[in-house]
Design a protein around this ligand. Sequence first.
Ligand SMILES: C[S@@+](CC[C@H](N)C(=O)[O-])C[C@H]1O[C@@H](n2cnc3c(N)ncnc32)[C@H](O)[C@@H]1O
Length: 219
Amino acid sequence: MSKANSREEDPYSHERYAGFPDGFFDRSDSSVDDNFYAQPRMVTHIDDRAVRAVGDLYSELNIGGRVLDLMSSWVSHFVDVPEDLVVLGMNSEELARNLQASSWCQHDLNLNHRLPFEDDSFDAVVCCVSIDYLVRPLEVFAEVHRVIRRGGVFVNSFSNRCFPTKAIHGWSQTDDEGHVSIVAEYYRRTGPWADLDAQLRTPLHGAGDPLYAVWGSAV
Ligand SMILES: C[S@@+](CC[C@H](N)C(=O)[O-])C[C@H]1O[C@@H](n2cnc3c(N)ncnc32)[C@H](O)[C@@H]1O
């Protein structure tokens, strides 16, 4: 097992992950992530309609104030840009070019799930088309709960494509409905989170990337 996929140092890990099948959080490419993300990708990973659906959801949920965009890049998709947006991801060149961000932080969540922020220091946390790359998602969700203020919303959005070698097997081996269930399960096992919701945010029919979102508020 690679360093990135090791859960041996956490004595509670076994219980926390009980019920997930063996190999669920393994990946075809289990090497450390900085190799894969070394080159900046100045692209959008979903089409314009899905990007707009992300921004519209953030506006609908009144996301503002001090916000963390987890697993971010050069774009954060806000229509209404928060006062103070912190972006965290793997590639510093992408993050430094994020025009909506007020600050950025290069941090590998698969090597170190501890978020480098104070308790209760964010009004909201968002994570767009990236949750499938986490090999220790429950620890990261617990950390998000620590850094978000009570009542703050944590929004995860995703589509039906990914970097297949870097997505966990459990994600690659299921469909959209399965992805919603996986993310909802992450919320259920951490928190507590209230007002959990899951929605398809793009039209049911027609061409284009679907955009699903699951969110909840910190209790
Ligand atoms: C498909 S891109 C999505 C980027 C951005 N959220 C968006 O909506 O366009 C996946 C992102 O996850 C981030 N990422 C992947 N593995 C990560 C890790 N181990 N720790 C932190 N961020 C990671 C990468 O930096 C990359 O920007």
